[in-house]
Write a protein that binds this ligand. Structure first.
Ligand code: KG4
Ligand code: ZN
Length: 336
């Protein structure tokens, strides 16, 4: 079965072709980051308009790359939530209409299920059951995964998501959006020992997270060190970035360890934009090795938003006979 995947939930138009026998045949991504950077975050209306501009050329690009035509597509998977309503509508309308025109099934995919299953596209995919840490710009969740569609939420952020905390801290430090990769880059030259950032909610039992206190701590640290022009010295910027990143990573690692002990599971999947973070990957590798477990993650470009994960997740659902009705439904808020 050849599945066309369409991802348009936020600021990336991701299109891919996944074949259930041959694997991933093609994927293309257009990132709107430059468009939104000048505003310091994603502007929903501009995002929708840019998806409209890019979606058809990208579909044509993946068809050409895979050497197939529209007539070869067996089904279409599009992200139907959660995300920005207008942006979601673009993928849902194009996906649903194309499926209607080609007389093939279509399915709306949960964006976070896409992230969760993205490591399945790698050479050594995880096997069910496993624990998953979903860390993106909108979510921070620990989930027990038994099978496709069998997800038990063990804990989640009570306020900001980990990626959101990276983005907000970066903004306070005068760094561009998205903050995660920019903080990670500066942290390489920083000495985080200089500051003692908190590890929120780690002394309390439970698997929930909270990152808003860390944000306030960053704001206060920045305020204490800026010069008369409101600027941070380059080295202090690197040191704050390092201390901040280490605090987020330590907190995530501690909760993963706790979840593994609580469930007795030692296979861990990390997914979502923040799972591209090298320090998080390294620390989890070390921790899992000492616990005789394994950690799985997608290649960096499949950690952030992409069409391949939607094509893959949609294919798994379509294989068991699920598909959407003709109605175009998007769910800007949608629990996994
Ligand atoms: O999964 P994603 O592309 O979009 C959402 O579904 O939200 O995640 C985007 C988030 C942003 O907050 C971005 O700052 C963060 O992932 N991110 C990172 C890194 N790369 C992306 N955070 C930390 N380190 C990174 N290397
Ligand atoms: Zn995402």
């Amino acid at each position: 079965m050849l599945v066309l995947g369409l991802e348009t939930s936020c600021d990336e138009t991701g299109i891919a072709l996944y074949d259930t026998d041959r694997g991933l045949l093609a994927d293309a991504l257009y990132s709107q980051i430059e468009l939104h950077q000048q505003y310091g975050g994603v502007v929903p209306e501009l995002a929708s308009r840019d998806h409209v501009r890019k979606i058809i050329p990208l579909i044509e690009e993946v068809l050409a790359e895979a050497g197939v035509t529209k007539a070869d597509i067996d089904a279409i998977a599009y992200t139907s939530g959660p995300g920005l309503a207008g942006a979601l509508m673009v993928g849902a309308c194009v996906g649903r209409s194309l499926a209607l025109a080609l007389d093939i099934p279509a399915i709306g995919v949960h964006h976070m299920e896409g992230h969760l299953l993205a490591p399945m596209l790698e050479q050594t995919p995880p096997a069910f059951p496993f624990l998953a840490l979903l860390v993106s710009g909108g979510h921070t969740q620990l989930i027990k995964v038994e099978a496709i569609g069998e997800y038990e939420l063990l804990g989640e952020s009570l306020d900001d998501a980990a990626g959101e905390a990276f983005d907000k801290a970066a903004k306070m430090m005068g760094l561009a959006y998205p903050g995660g990769p920019n903080i990670a880059k500066l942290a390489l030259d920083g000495n985080g020992d200089r500051f003692k950032f908190p590890r929120p909610m780690t002394t309390k039992p439970g698997l929930d997270f909270s990152f808003s206190g860390l944000k306030t701590f960053t704001l206060n640290t920045v305020a204490k060190h800026v010069d008369d022009n409101g600027e941070l010295e380059p080295q202090i910027k690197c040191d704050i970035a390092d201390a901040f990143e280490l605090a987020v990573v330590d907190t995530l690692v501690l909760k993963c360890k706790r979840a593994m002990k609580q469930t007795g599971m030692n296979q861990l999947v990390i997914a979502g934009g923040v799972s591209a973070n090298s320090r998080l990957r390294e620390k989890l590798e070390q921790t899992l090795t000492s616990m005789k477990g394994n950690v799985f993650y997608a290649r960096p470009e499949f950690c952030t938003d992409n069409g391949a994960m939607i094509a893959y997740a949609g294919a798994q659902r379509l294989l068991v006979g699920q598909h959407a009705s003709l109605a175009v439904v998007v769910k800007p808020r949608w629990p996994l």
